[in-house]
Design a protein around this ligand. Sequence first.
Ligand code: PLP
Length: 440
Amino acid sequence: MKQSFTDFAVCGGVPEFTAPLVVGRPNELPRESFLAKIEAVLDSGHLTNGGPMVAEFERQIAEWLDVKHVVAVCNGTAALQIMIMACNLSGEVIIPSMTFIATAHALQWIGLTPVFADIDPETHTLQPDSVERCITQRTSAILGVHLWGNPCDVDELSLLAHQHDLKLLFDASHGFGCSYGMRPIGSLGDAEAFSFHATKVMHSVEGGAVVTNNDTIAERCRLMRNFGITGLTQIESLGINAKMSELSAAAGLTSLETVPQLIRHNANNLALYQLHLQHINGLTVCLPSEKHSSNGNYVVIRVDENRFGLSRDEIVLILRTEGVFARAYFSPGCHNAPPYAGNPIHTPVKLQTTEGLLTTIMQLPTGGTVNELEIKRISELLTSIKQQAPHLRQIIQAPNANRHPLDNSAGSKTLVHEPHSTDQLVTRHLAHRVLSTTAQ
Ligand SMILES: Cc1ncc(COP(=O)(O)O)c(C=O)c1O
């Protein structure tokens, strides 16, 4: 426990963690198992273009998700784009703004218009009333995001899609191993797109998949991921190179072996955060609904600035200087980012809940590499931060003379003489250390 504000790294004290703890540190691939699969790939001489590892990966994912078709691809963004193309969408597609920018970019990149609807304050997923207000003659689909692994309100969205003759698709990048009631995420709507990026609970280093029970969508996706080619050379449709390599599939198969244990580990981590943080006035752990099951891959905390005494950004900054690389996903929100910001075509409705959450939620480290003791220490750190909030705020908001703990250019006692906002400090901090240790 830090007893005085001078113990904090922003005041020149020793950081709590010398080895940084990051949100999204890749879950480890059991080495022996992974190396054996790599050997098998090398022995086979089949490195890509639909080899046996990809086929086995697709088979096992289909079994996991209880879904008819799995089309493995090179990343989640490609999965989104191929899924969208396979559904012949046009015009506008309704999505949340509170998502990784790839959800919006995937649409915009292929000439569709993302339209942002507001989200539910509890689940942080699309709010059906807001979605309905966004529907126009130009709308062709609703693309929900199962954010943090919280399933969208699938029943209500299905009803809306049915009433307005729209496709219902999901960005399931956060949702591997989660369910909507008893139904696994992956078997919902017309099709779903997964990312198997290294930050995800199950990963293939880079990778993704379109999953669907629809034969036509699956067939189109298979064609499109391989230039639209069937057989050896026959070209049947427009396509791109979105194939998953055999080495990625080997990583994915290895990662799959760890998922049940990881989900238990994450659940335990989340329960510990809840236990330790529940007494801190101004912090609320956003818990997944008990109606569904979660992979627990994100620990999401809501900050009430008035009750805590510091804003979300101020807390994130202080945590980072202490070696806890908390994130502020997905600030500033897609609608506030280029090329969407300032163009009213993307924001026909008020995004009140989204705006509120964008400045108040943060994510704390969890996953297979984060243990009980570390969670206890992060929680104690947050308790100390709250106790010293007024002093810490004074230090980090001082306009001209803050000692920046990461500016080592002239030794550890460097004073940084320049006006800055908390954001600038966080950004500078990112530039120094985070970008090299975490991916997204
Ligand atoms: C919600 C969401 N959608 C899409 C993506 C894009 O996935 P990828 O990085 O595999 O292209 C991500 C990746 O982090 C994501 O979190």
